[in-house]
Design a binder for this molecule. Structure first.
Ligand code: EPZ
Length: 425
């Protein structure tokens, strides 16, 4: 098992380019199950999760090929068609649940394993299933699988309001299935995330009639069939926020480009309030100049357009050395704090109270051996290690590789002393 060894204290300097958004690529790839002919997807990040979903699609009968420029070609005719995504695949990545809507919509049946537990907390699928039943599907759970079938889906109004906001992949599943329903479907309290909008734009490119995405009310006309297209995935706002935080934490200065400023408004607002010197540098870039005096700055992770829960761990990491006390709340995943004990091993002063943590800034963290527990927690440990005194060694790298494309290579290009070492060292 590889580890990441990070020599702290090197200011990151230079230019780094952001890749395609993982959480847009995954539902769009899954939606290709509902599309006839051939689709080319551009700006698809080369991540473990993307490779896992490519395997799932291949087993479901599609042909998926990747070329050098992060283009994926997805077309029918790869092999025998199936509508079963088994546990072996789904347990590797819960986002495989995104195949449910496309399969049910296009083929009237789907069997998808329940994803099982998750490090960031309880993640039910009740809203997905309730929505599909509202469209006329019959759903049963048997031997750990969701078994869905429908002779005909009928447009209806679906309310996706959940106890902690809407559901991103639930909105994706229902939007895609609704394309195959008779009549119009209205999704109330839909997720507004840019990744949901990207899927809507992809489906429209394939011929779907969808309006209102980006607001809480999305309208989908029964507009199947869908035909293959050529589509570029939006940049990854979470990767952009991760790099912004890493540069600021090391007191460096860098240009982060290939991003969408409009997807980062709440994060940039918080960063300025926390004393991070970040400014727009053109329509698709920001310039971060660290070295300014960090300030304690509370925030709550919320559904879009709020600060994303997917950057909560990373922002918490930089707050560990901001003078004063910061309160961080995660309203989306109340248990998403597995990074806290690891940061405490590095000397962070953090107290947890349910879905909130109280961080008291210390002068500097100290490097040590830590364990990655989930994708974004591992990014938080990288940020902490880059700024800490001494060496930090992060174990369990597969978590990091699931969601970040060549993170250590990109960090080295900014001057970080980061290397993958084999576990026995
Ligand atoms: C998506 O997960 C993202 N994953 C997550 O990113 C992200 O953290 C999350 O949205 C929130 O923004 C992908 O897009 C592949 P939800 P998803 O359904 O769709 C509750 C990462 O790090 N809920 O929006 O699974 C749920 O428990 C990953 O890249 C229900 O109650 O999240 C949670 O509290 C981690 N019933 C809240 O809603 C349901 O049926 C939001 O969950 C579904 C969800």
């Amino acid at each position: 098992m590889e580890r990441l060894a990070i020599q702290g204290g090197n200011p990151l300097r230079g230019i780094v380019r952001i890749g395609g958004a993982k959480n847009a690529a995954l539902p769009i790839m899954a939606a290709c199950l509902a599309v006839e002919g051939r689709t080319t997807l551009r700006n698809v990040p080369d991540l473990t999760d993307v490779r896992t979903l490519s395997d799932v699609l291949t087993r479901l009968g599609l042909k998926v090929t990747r070329d050098v420029d992060n283009h994926l070609t997805i077309e029918e005719g790869g092999g025998p068609r199936s509508q079963v995504a088994d546990y072996e695949l789904v347990r590797q990545m819960r986002a495989s649940v995104c195949v449910l809507g496309p399969l049910l919509g296009r083929y009237g049946e789907a069997r998808v394993a329940l994803p099982g537990g998750c490090q960031i907390g309880h993640r039910p699928l009740d809203l997905h299933l309730k929505g599909l039943e509202a469209l006329g599907a019959s759903i049963r759970i048997e031997h750990g699988d969701i078994i869905a079938s429908a002779t005909k889906l009928r447009g209806t109004t679906i309310d996706l309001a959940g106890p902690r906001g809407s559901t991103v992949t639930g909105t994706c599943n229902l939007m895609t299935a609704a394309v195959f329903a008779e009549g119009e479907t209205v999704i109330e309290h839909a997720a507004r995330e840019p990744e949901v909008c990207d899927l809507a734009e992809f489906l429209r490119d394939c011929g779907a009639i969808i309006n209102g995405h980006g607001t809480e009310t999305i309208r989908i006309a029964g507009s199947a069939p869908l035909y293959g297209t050529d589509y570029a995935i939006i940049p990854d706002r979470i990767e952009a926020a991760t790099f912004m935080t890493a540069v600021a934490a090391t007191g460096g200065a860098a240009r982060i480009e290939g991003l969408r400023l409009d997807h980062l408004e709440s994060v940039l607002e918080w960063a300025a309030a926390a004393g991070i010197n970040v400014k727009p540098a053109g329509p698709d870039a920001i310039h971060v100049a660290g070295g300014g005096a960090l300030k304690a700055c509370d925030f709550a992770a919320r559904p879009y357009p709020g600060i994303p829960t997917d950057v909560q761990a990373q922002l918490s990491a930089i707050l560990c050395t901001a003078p004063g006390t910061s309160v961080v709340v995660d309203t989306v995943f109340p248990d998403r704090f597995l990074h806290v004990p690891e940061l405490q091993r590095m000397g962070a002063k953090i107290e947890r109270d349910g879905n909130r943590i109280r961080i008291t800034g210390v002068s500097r963290l100290s490097g040590t051996a830590v364990r990655a527990t989930d994708l974004r927690a591992s990014a938080a440990l990288v940020i902490a290690g880059l700024a800490a005194e001494g060496t930090t060694v992060i174990d369990d790298l597969p978590h990091l590789d699931r969601g970040y494309e060549h993170l250590d290579r990109k960090l080295r290009s900014l001057g970080a002393k980061v290397a993958r070492v084999s576990a026995e060292l």
